[in-house]
Design a binder for this molecule. Sequence first.
Ligand code: PMP
Length: 350
Amino acid sequence: MTILDHPADSAVFGVYDSIADAVGNTPLVRLNRVTEGVAAAVYAKLEFLNPGGSVKDRAALAMIRAAEESGDLAPGGTVVEGTSGNTGVGLTVIATARGYRSIVVVPDKTSTEKIALLRAHGATVHVTPGGRPSHHPEFVRNVATRLASEIPGGWLAGQYDNPANPGAHRTTTGPEIWRQTRGRVTHFVAGIGTGGTITGTGEFLSEVSGGAVTVVGADPVTSVYGGGDGRAWYIESVGHFLHPQTEVDEWPDSYHPGVVDRLERIPDVEAVTVLHRLAREEGLLVGGSAGTAVAAALRVARTLGPDDVVVVIVPDSGRAYLSKYFDDEWLGRLGFPLYHGAPGPTVAET
Ligand code: PMP
């Protein structure tokens, strides 16, 4: 028996029949201190409050639902994806709740914590040698494709060219932001990984506002999305390093560059500085890509007036990056500003 009498009861009482139903409807929280001197209102959409801990739960749920509807994924089936990141967790959470197996293929440079997290969620993790070019049979996505075709009932999620990825944001993230701001949003800011978030949300907001919402992409400065040369950067999960003319034929299908009105190219050091301020001044311990996105949002907001409303996506939590962006040894080694600075007081001293 369900204790829900009516579908609307879920939203009213916060009671759900499955963890999948708890994906989305994340809060929009105003940034109050990092915005000092800024006339426009800046609101962060807290995607780390999704069940799997990131914005990718939305795409995971939508891709699995679409595959169920098309019959590509059926009872007893196995969800397969090549990813070291949040998509693997999101897919595993939804797969588990719906009775599917989950196989996640990761390169061998993936941190032990990430592999442990995927395994803890119930995924079978398949580790493959890193640094393989995209045509190589051991390239992560090629291994995932092969496993999905070999395993009976296997289905490849394929977030880079699955229309359900941007579709998830078109039907959930965009409408939520429009509702939450009561149509007052003027600027939407997001990082670009697969491009699903900015494409789906940006297209929805542009359409519903009749082109009044400005869509801003936040990109690491050397990423090729914003015209960089593809040199390595340290902020994980955003940006693109393959040159479209040489290494791949085109951008991922999940990214529609036409949706972006403006691109802010954010150096890692600016992202890390903003990230530290969010933790220290706003009570928001968030991941590196949120630092990139909020840095871009602040740049844009400084040029705006009191009637403007900027909404920025915070994709995941800082908990997954304690040994990087919040670790002075890592920060100091790479020339970033330290987080703790001088060693903090130890328990014995306090
Ligand atoms: N930030 C984080 C932490 C992510 O995991 C992702 C997904 N790769 C993104 C940003 C980018 O989102 P999208 O793939 O929708 O462009």
